[in-house]
Design a protein around this ligand. Structure first.
Ligand code: SF4
Length: 382
């Protein structure tokens, strides 16, 4: 495809996104943070959260030295918390292995925690003007359509072919790499979109319409092809919302689990969801006793003591949360306690509702506790 890079850069000058706070920066730290934040988050949300994150952690050194809890708390609401944990681990790696400077070689960047091949390409292109390709989902879609690639993009051979094309299309001059890379991202996000590419409406004229194989063969919405996905498995679990006055008992989740390192409600093991089980209502009979629940969610020690201080439990809402590869139904159980039983584990802590903003919490749990906090008139920020 002739002059692809030039045409794309010209398109960006007219119709690309301009003035985003992470554009035109060459500080590799700032570029890296923006790339990670943009990975699974809408631009509008990043516009709000990126400046705040950079203000709190202005350098890789500060980020590496910060407690993980502070980073998770700042990341709260952005989802995909492994990104925040990887940011921390990567910042430490940059300090320890690269003297506080990100390397410019994409192959070295790829060895850092949480940086995949495409993100390495983007950082190298934006911060160091390296002729390194990117291949995120948007770029895969553009290339599969332009070149009429029929295979499923999850297949290795197809992926390899797309990487070769992405490399071949790069602009000749390294100095054009930042604008070219941004243009590619913008074109996929705003013009060659998954469901409403501009060539299917009369409002805008795609600069590649005459060469685009998908458009010429009337297959735009059929490409790229995706492998058929299995239905996500569904799980149930019970969660204990144990309160004493304005405090709630929270548990720090294991680092490697889902929502790793965040503070959540003590919960039971996840069980495969029973087929066709309906969402319970408040009137439904409760088949679980407070004692059974405590057995499921609390460690042995102090369980009996905790039980003595508690009122019988009440059924709270059942909350559904959709992860990338699974769905979880969380049954909340409200229990009031006349005391704050101390657990020896550092992972179980009584936290006043008004201080929750200092902790990283999974979004659905944060919303649930925010509701309680608002009902009490507390000001729960973040
Ligand atoms: S013609 Fe349509 S499908 Fe092809 S690149 Fe342009 S917007 Fe995308």
């Amino acid at each position: 495809m002739k002059y692809f890079a030039n045409k794309l850069i010209a398109w960006h000058g007219k119709d690309g996104r301009q003035g985003l706070p992470w554009q035109s920066i060459r500080d590799s730290y700032a570029v890296w943070v923006s790339e990670i934040m943009l990975q699974q988050t809408q631009v509008a949300t990043v516009l709000e959260r990126y400046p705040r994150f950079m203000k709190r952690f202005p350098t890789v050194k500060k980020l590496a030295a910060a407690p993980l809890d502070d980073i998770l708390a700042e990341w709260a609401g952005l989802g995909y918390y492994s990104r925040a944990r990887n940011l921390h681990a990567c910042a430490k790696q940059v300090m320890e292995e690269f003297g506080g400077q990100f390397p410019s070689d994409p192959l070295l960047l790829e060895q850092l925690k949480g940086i995949g091949r495409s993100t390495a390409g983007a950082i190298a292109a934006f911060a160091f003007h390296e002729r390194a390709p990117i291949l995120d989902a948007n770029v895969k879609r553009i290339l599969a359509r332009l070149f009429g690639i029929e295979g499923a993009i999850q297949e290795k051979a197809v992926n390899d072919q797309l990487w070769l094309l992405a490399k071949k299309l790069l602009p000749k001059n390294a100095v054009d790499m930042p604008v070219y890379t941004q243009a590619l991202m913008d074109f996929g996000a705003t013009w060659c979109t998954s469901r409403k590419p501009v060539c299917l409406s009369d409002l805008k004229k795609c600069p590649f319409a005459k060469e685009c194989q998908a458009s010429l063969s009337d297959q735009v919405l059929l490409l790229p092809r995706k492998a058929v996905k299995a239905k996500s498995p569904e799980f149930d679990c019970d969660m204990l919302l144990l309160r004493h006055g304005d405090s709630v008992l929270l548990q720090k989740r294991p680092e490697k689990a889902i929502w790793g390192g965040l503070w959540s409600l003590p919960e039971s093991a996840w069980r495969p969801k029973e087929k066709n089980s309906a969402t319970p209502s408040e009137e439904d009979p409760i088949h679980l006793t407070t004692k059974d629940l405590f057995k499921l969610v609390l460690p042995d020690e102090k369980r009996a003591t905790a039980l003595k201080t508690c009122q019988p439990m009440e059924r709270g809402p059942e909350i559904k949360h959709v992860f990338t590869h699974r769905r979880l139904w969380m049954q909340i159980w409200h229990v009031s306690s006349s005391d704050t039983v101390k657990f020896s584990s550092d992972n179980l802590k009584w936290i006043p509702l008004r201080q929750l903003g200092k902790y990283g919490l999974p979004q659905p749990i944060k919303l649930l506790l925010q509701g309680l906090s608002l009902a009490r008139g507390d000001d729960l920020k973040n």
